[in-house]
Design a protein around this ligand. Structure first.
Ligand SMILES: Cc1ncc(COP(=O)(O)O)c(C=O)c1O
Length: 376
């Protein structure tokens, strides 16, 4: 019964990056998608306060769930009840909860390739069958309603991610609507990973809930809210799935961290500080989009959102893990190999995360310039 789960190669790269740093080398960390900014100041202040006064028992904050419900109404115009939220230790367990409480072993779940490494591996760990749909530049590396409609037999579920990791591409509203329609017709349950919402550089990303109220939505405080290590996220389920999701939650995870729930309630109202981070990412994105063609990296996915650039390096290598490791050893710039996201084509891609400071992005570009010129 033991499932096959692949390692995450970005961890290998990161380990080398930290070794080099320990030897005194200067390293720019663009290998993981994590903000370097930390939680909003007011959220941290709230946490300090709570530490001295709260016994930190098992707890699910009613105020946070009510505030999240308001967030959906204000952001997407969607009315949901606070009880539809299950607070989780991040999007990762929210995904596990969504999948395990919805599907049965052996069910087929469609997903885009390239896609977030954990989708494929979590599906396997739960004995679900990933049905990967190859999504290239022609579909902006994203799932389409047509591709879902063409699957024979229809899968039981689909994971939709917009903006996506590793590409940052967003699925436009009309296509989300078409995907929702195909899923209704074919009885496919949608799991929508909306963890990069709030981080878009074109039109804001739309929630799948606007088109399909039965979708299970996964989200987290890790990215826009810059609270990765606080380990807090949520699963939003339709009312008829609440009891089942809660039964699974109580047995598998009990509750999310109390301290983080207090801090997150405050973070939801720290818009100004958080929008400052988005402005930094927007500037970083511009700088990279301008510089990468000069480095010979001309084929990149349109980075509508998130904080990634997924670039084709197939003109230089057939082994992007080796390329990323050499780049790191020679220049101190740590990046991720495409094979984490796409076991078939990913050996010809690399991913750069620009969730770092603008000064670091400028430095990284300067370091990469001569390195790529020598390779060309
Ligand atoms: C698309 C996607 N979903 C989920 C996660 C997991 O995030 P969390 O820190 O909330 O567990 C990540 C992390 O990078 C991600 O990129």
């Amino acid at each position: 019964m033991l499932a096959h789960v692949d390692p995450f190669h970005a961890i290998t790269i990161s380990r080398l990056a930290h070794e080099l740093q320990a030897q005194g080398r200067s390293v720019i960390h663009m290998e993981f998608g994590q903000p370097s900014t930390g939680a909003p100041r007011a959220a941290i202040a709230r946490a300090h306060q709570v530490l001295d006064s709260d016994p930190m028992g098992y707890w699910e904050s009613p105020a946070l769930k009510a505030r999240l419900a308001r967030h959906y109404l204000e952001t997407y115009g969607v009315k949901v009840e606070p009880e539809q939220f299950v607070l989780m230790c991040g999007a990762s367990p929210a995904l596990t909860l969504a999948l395990s409480s919805t599907f049965s072993a052996g069910d087929r779940i469609a997903l885009a390739r390239p896609g977030y490494v954990a989708y494929r591996n979590t599906l396997r760990a739960l004995h679900l069958t990933p049905v990967e749909i190859s999504c290239g530049p022609e579909s902006r590396f994203q799932l389409t309603a047509a591709a879902l409609g063409a699957l024979d037999p229809a899968p039981q579920g689909v994971i939709v991610a917009s903006p996506a990791n590793p590409t940052g591409t967003i699925i436009v509203a009309s296509e989300l609507e078409a995907i929702a329609r195909v899923c209704r017709e074919r009885n496919i349950t949608i799991i929508s990973d909306e963890i990069y919402h709030g981080l878009s550089y074109v039109a804001p990303a739309r929630s799948m809930l606007e088109f399909e109220p039965k979708a299970r939505v996964v989200n987290s405080f890790s990215k826009y809210f810059s609270m990765v290590g606080w380990r807090l996220g949520w699963l939003l389920v339709p009312p008829e799935h609440q009891a089942r999701a809660r039964a699974f939650m109580g047995n598998l995870f009990l509750t999310a961290p109390s301290l983080s729930q207090h801090a997150a309630l405050v973070a939801l109202d720290c818009r100004e500080e958080l929008e400052g981070h988005v402005a930094t990412y927007a500037r970083n994105r511009e700088l990279l989009l301008e510089a990468l063609p000069r480095l010979g990296l001309t084929h990149i996915a349109p980075p509508d959102g998130a904080f990634y650039i997924y670039a084709n390096v197939g003109h230089l290598t057939n082994n992007s893990l080796d390329l990323c490791l050499s780049l790191l050893r020679d220049t101190g710039v740590a990046t991720a190999t495409g094979i984490d996201f796409d076991p078939v084509e990913g050996h010809r891609y690399m991913r750069l995360s620009f969730a770092v400071s603008t000064a670091e992005v400028k430095d990284a570009i300067a370091r990469m310039q001569s390195w790529f010129a020598r390779r060309a």
